[in-house]
Design a protein around this ligand. Structure first.
Ligand SMILES: Cc1cc2nc3c(=O)[nH]c(=O)nc-3n(C[C@H](O)[C@H](O)[C@H](O)COP(=O)(O)O)c2cc1C
Length: 169
């Protein structure tokens, strides 16, 4: 793959199942990993009264051709860290419009882990609808069931297939 890719990890633990999936995946496709736990990201504020890392972080992320969002499924939804990050994309439609325009056409992928065999449709739909609204080029989701911990041998084949499929989409 020739595109540059960044994987954004949003989990309550930086060394858990989603992190293990992210690092496996990053090694295969040679991607950069960014952990939201290393940044201060405030919840969306209607008055845009922020003193945090979001805008500078986003400026760096927009330099990549492809953005991968990685989250555990917490209560059938994205993690709070990931949701807070996505909520802040609203700033890109209001106060940071030049950056918002850079999201249009940007390739985007979702990586997720959860203990259920398959996630409910609503889990992926939140991402799909958001990406559609923003005009992003959604390439699909890889969901890895982790009954307790992430075991690389359980997921290697699925990852390899997904990498090929994502490039074809
Ligand atoms: C707060 C919380 C909520 C969870 N909700 C779900 C859920 O709705 N469905 C599911 O399949 N697994 C659920 N799980 C299990 C996690 O998705 C699973 O263990 C995941 O691999 C954890 O990833 P992490 O180590 O990055 O946190 C939940 C775990 C936590 C801590």
């Amino acid at each position: 793959m020739s595109e540059s890719t960044v994987i954004i990890l949003g989990s309550s633990r930086s060394d858990g199942n989603t992190s293990a999936l992210v690092h496996d995946y990053a090694t295969i496709i040679n991607a950069t990993v960014v952990d939201l736990n290393d940044y201060e990201i405030s919840p969306f504020d209607y008055n845009a009264d922020y003193n945090d890392d979001f805008i500078s972080l986003m400026a760096g992320l927009l330099k990549y051709d492809r953005i991968i969002l990685a989250t555990p499924m917490y209560w059938y939804s994205a993690s709070a860290q990931m949701k807070t990050f996505i909520d802040r994309w609203s700033d890109l439609l209001k106060t940071e419009k030049a950056k918002g325009r850079q999201l249009r056409g940007k390739q985007v992928v979702v990586l997720a882990t959860g203990s259920d065999k398959i996630p409910p449709n609503c889990f992926e739909q939140m991402f799909q609808l958001t990406f559609r609204y923003l005009g992003m080029d959604y390439r699909g989701m890889l969901y890895c069931q982790c009954e307790s911990q992430y075991l690389v041998e359980h997921h290697h084949e699925a990852i390899a297939k997904f990498v090929i499929q994502m490039d074809r989409n």
